[in-house]
Design a protein around this ligand. Structure first.
Ligand SMILES: [Zn+2]
Length: 139
């Protein structure tokens, strides 16, 4: 029987990668965010952001993790996703660009969002985080 992967498992994997690879410096290897994606197939993909000297062209960790899943699985779909930053690590809300990716690659995805509860997070549906998304009509 396949072991169920929980939100806490994703948080732990994300924090572990960030702890191992964290680099805060204004240079091309600036790494401050890690993200983990759980696919509908039950696989986990964990990635770092790719920083650049020009911050506006850097790539978010969430998008890199989604790219890993998209590459590995033909019918890849996001079940759950979390992003964390800094050391000590804390959960962050995905940016607008990432919400677009999450919605496209996981219309029913659950996003681990920071909150003020004792455990510090809760699961929110991407449709609630990103309503009225961009859609192409008539194609
Ligand atoms: Zn982002």
């Amino acid at each position: 029987m396949k072991q169920k992967i929980t939100a806490q498992d994703l948080i732990d994997k994300t924090a572990a990668l960030l702890s191992k690879r964290y680099v805060r410096a204004v240079q091309e290897h600036h790494v401050v965010v890690a993200a983990s994606v759980l696919s509908k197939a039950g696989k986990v993909y964990t990635a770092l952001n790719i920083g650049t000297y020009q911050p506006s062209i850097a790539t978010c960790a969430e998008i890199n993790a989604i790219g890993m899943g998209h590459t590995a699985e033909k019918d890849f779909e996001i079940d759950m996703i979390v992003a964390m930053r800094d050391l000590p690590s804390y959960i962050i809300s995905p940016c607008g660009k990432c919400r677009e990716y999450i919605s496209d690659y996981g219309p029913k995805a659950r996003v681990v969002m920071p909150d003020d509860s004792k455990k510090g997070w809760r699961l929110v549906k991407i449709a609630d985080l990103f309503p009225y998304k961009y859609e192409k009509k008539g194609l």
